[in-house]
Design a protein around this ligand. Structure first.
Ligand code: OAK
Length: 799
């Protein structure tokens, strides 16, 4: 949009007065943020309304992304950037003596997601709008987002994330679009005399679902999509004589809290309720909108909408859509099923068995009696149809209902026309191993969509120094088409460019060093090698491997404090699920090791260890640009894709990583010589499983360095970790090291040594960094979302 600095200043001051009855000189940061966000909302609102009108009139197909998590972070700068007014607003505010970066701090992170899955959903929202694709989000408006992490005495403590306390300037409550979602009670079918069975219900619990719409503003275009988040409320006409206080509380609780488990499933009733709640509400709204805006009959709906099931949490979409078509719109089973399979598509985000949702039949039956009937019928019909075609073994292994449980992934695959993994390796594993039996039956449904990132946030917003160097070296086209970064390759031998890249990195490191000093009281040297691992704390991600290598460095320095070494700063950020004791033990150990090393005068500046608490999107925006090295060290086969690996690459960090997830595609794109690969391959891992011949105790007994490091966890070398150290020690020696940490340790050390050697040659290092940046184009989520649009949803971009 077009906006002059003068116009902006006028709008801003006027809004301060009209909204807060205050003049600029007396306004606090909250008020300034309130006025600014309100002005920005005003700027995009007419574009939003016009785009809604266009979508209704143009009759084009739209897709809906159903996700139990979204993780957008802050929206202010992203909205400003996408509207094309970031520089104007920064300048206007500066004229008024206000620093945009300071006001931006007032916005709480919107963290209604845990990690990878939720962040990907938000990258997709940004990219869809920015590429002009009509994709809408559908989720839950949790009153409390992902907990705030505090580190107290080295331990993780969880505090509530009350992110809505000061309101949310971006959202629009649309009470007129509220729908009812019902739970429990009894249901029976009665023949209506025309061959249709009509369900009758009694004793149902009714919940009102109220939508809150948040605009997803496209980058320098006229597309504004919608992220619809549902809040649960008590229906206004509820007869309180028949309801009790507990019901009222339960109803409000439904959209109260995000479950803080990442890649894990913990089978609680409230979670199942949440899943049905946003699924039913979202589908009802889609159908209402269809009826209100389309002339076509409901049987044509698959020409106009696509519904995407983001992992299994929204898998009830399959059964609920069937229910709505059959019960509400009186469509026959066969037609409804054909439509449903055409409309639905599904992404799998993990192969970890603990994440595969299976709900007890009894629970589904009592909470969702009509859906239960439908699921049973889907399963029965499919079994009857497939038995003669594929045989009992395949039918049985792929059944939706078996052993008293409802298998949500099976429901999602069977009820949709597309199943995809999120990186090549992961998609192959789904086909060849994890979902092989489904692949045998439905080979045409399986495909890969390698993840991507919303590059504008991770470069233009988060890394201004680098963005400036890029502009001045290859021009500005990369800002709207990340593939343009490839032009950078021809500057690989240009000393001036290499110098400028180094200077930009240094500036980012100074900024992070300042934050580390402010938050942790640790002074780090920005010329040191910044080695970063930021992601959820999970055993399979193997933060321990990193920790063991740090212990090795510590021992070496203690033995020879005056040797000439590369100074290193190891930076961690990680939240552990509150009930995941092992992960919390690792956090405690990292903090105690940090305390030990950072306070040892022998060690000095040679090695620092920093754990930054409350890792979230905003913190990532400061940490990742400053990294020299990104740690992507999961056990091969376990990390479906990873997306922080792409953010590091784009910011010129070199990857030390296993051949896992999207790391492989990153190494291929940047060149294996521009990263550091180590560790078992997925085939080697599967061979160990097949032959059951891994023995971690042997490694502990036979490798003196491993022995010494592990002993440090239990012999007092690392103070204050008696229980936690023991737990880790036992997991690796007595319980056979589930994620092969000890097996990969030597090779990891080798890769770390190669990395350190390379860092000593700053020219070679910066050239490798340049190659990473130049080849990051493929990992834009603009590319990914276009692939979904073309191959799965068949939706078209606005011209
Ligand atoms: C969360 C809950 C259940 C199942 C999977 C997840 C999840 O976050 N998975 C992560 O998804 C990311 C986006 O596709 C991937 O990059 C991560 O590798 C994967 O762990």
């Amino acid at each position: 949009m077009k906006l002059s600095t003068e116009q902006f200043k006028h709008d801003f001051e006027e809004r301060l007065t009209s909204k807060f009855a205050i003049e600029l000189a007396k306004a606090g940061a909250q008020e300034k943020y309130g006025a600014l966000s309100s002005v920005v909302k005003n700027y995009y609102s007419s574009i939003w309304a016009a785009d809604n009108h266009y979508k209704d009139e143009s009759n084009k197909k739209q897709a809906y992304y159903f996700s139990i998590e979204f993780l957008p972070g802050k929206m202010l700068k992203s909205n400003l950037l996408n509207l094309g007014i970031l520089d104007t607003v920064r300048e206007g505010l500066s004229d008024l003596g206000i620093d945009l970066d300071e006001i931006a701090l007032e916005e709480p992170d919107m963290a209604i997601g845990n990690g990878g899955l939720g962040r990907l959903a938000s990258c997709f929202m940004d990219s869809a709008a920015s590429t002009g694709l009509p994709l809408n989000g559908n989720g839950i408006r949790y009153r409390y987002g992902l907990f705030k992490q505090k580190i107290v005495d080295g331990f993780q403590v969880e505090l509530p994330d009350s992110w809505l306390d000061n309101g949310n300037p971006w959202e629009v409550r649309r009470y007129d679009k509220a729908v009812e979602v019902c739970f429990g009670g009894e249901v029976w079918l009665e023949d209506d005399g025309e061959g249709h069975f009509i369900p009758h219900y009694q004793n149902q619990e009714r919940v009102l679902a109220v939508p809150y719409d948040t605009p997803m503003v496209g980058f320098e275009n006229t597309t504004v999509n919608n992220m619809c988040l549902w809040r649960s409320e008590v229906p206004k006409d509820l007869d309180l004589r028949f309801q009790n206080l507990e019901y009222m509380n339960q109803t409000a609780m439904l959209s109260s809290e995000l479950y803080p488990n990442d890649s894990d499933y913990n089978g609680q009733l409230l979670r199942l309720k949440q899943e049905y709640f946003f699924v039913s509400a979202g589908l009802q709204r889609i159908l209402h909108h269809y009826k209100a805006t389309k002339q076509a009959p409901i049987t044509h709906i698959s020409d106009f909408i696509s519904v995407h099931i983001n992992d299994t949490h929204p898998a009830l979409c399959v059964a609920e859509f069937m229910r709505l078509l059959i019960d509400e719109y009186r469509i026959t089973w066969e037609r409804a099923w054909n439509i449903t399979v055409k409309v639905m598509s599904y992404t799998n985000h993990t192969i970890l068995s603990e994440a595969l949702e299976k709900w007890p039949e009894e629970m589904v039956k009592s909470l969702l009696p009509r859906l239960y009937q439908i699921i049973i019928e889907i399963d029965r019909r499919r079994t009857a149809e497939l038995l003669p075609k594929v045989g009992a073994k395949l039918v049985h292994s792929t059944r939706i209902v078996k052993d008293g449980q409802i298998h949500m992934a099976h429901l999602a695959i069977i009820g949709s026309h597309s199943t995809n993994g999120v990186a090549k390796l992961h998609s192959d594993l789904l086909k060849d191993v994890e979902l092989h039996d489904f692949y045998l039956i439905y080979p045409e449904r399986f495909n890969n969509k390698t993840n991507g990132i919303a590059d504008r946030r991770w470069s233009q917003i988060a890394n201004e120094p680098l963005s400036k160097v890029l502009d001045e070296t290859i021009g500005k086209k990369w800002r709207s088409d990340l593939k343009e970064l490839k032009l950078l390759e021809s500057y690989k031998e240009d000393d001036a460019t290499l110098q400028r890249l180094q200077e930009a990195k240094y500036e980012d490191k100074v900024k992070l060093a300042k934050l580390i000093e402010e938050r942790n009281g640790i002074v780090v040297n920005p010329t040191a090698l910044f080695d970063v691992q930021v992601k959820r704390l999970h055993a399979y991600k193997r933060q321990l491997l990193n920790v063991f290598h740090i212990m090795k460095l510590y021992f070496e320095i203690k033995e020879n404090p005056t040797a000439d070494r590369t100074a290193r700063v190891h930076i961690f950020g990680a939240k552990a699920a509150p009930g995941y004791h092992y992960a919390k033990a690792i956090i405690k150990c990292i903090n105690e090791i940090a305390r030990l090393i950072n306070n040892d005068p022998d060690i000095g500046d040679q090695l620092k260890v920093v754990f930054l608490e409350n890792y979230n999107v905003s913190l990532a925006e400061v940490i990742i640009p400053a990294a020299n090295v990104g740690e992507q060290i999961s056990l091969a086969s376990k990390e479906a894709s990873g997306t922080s690996n792409m953010k590091f690459m784009l910011n010129g960090a070199l990857t030390i990583g296993t051949l896992d997830g999207a790391n492989i595609e990153i190494f291929e794109a940047a060149g294996y010589e521009n990263g550091f690969v180590f560790g078992l391959t997925k085939d080697e891992v599967y061979d160990y499983y097949k032959n059951s011949n891994y023995n971690s105790r042997d490694i502990y007994e036979q490798n003196p360095l491993v022995h010494r490091i592990l002993d440090a966890f239990v012999d007092g070398t690392i103070p204050n970790i008696s229980a936690e150290g023991q737990q880790i020690f036992d997991s690796l020696t007595t319980y056979n090291d589930e994620y092969f940490v000890l097996r990969d340790f030597n090779d990891y050390v080798r890769a770390q040594e190669a990395l350190e050697k390379c860092y000593q040659d700053q020219k070679a290092w910066t050239q490798a960094a340049l190659m990473n940046i130049a080849n990051a184009g493929h990992f834009s989520s603009d590319r990914t979302i276009r692939e979904y649009a073309d191959d799965i949803w068949h939706i078209k971009a606005k011209k």
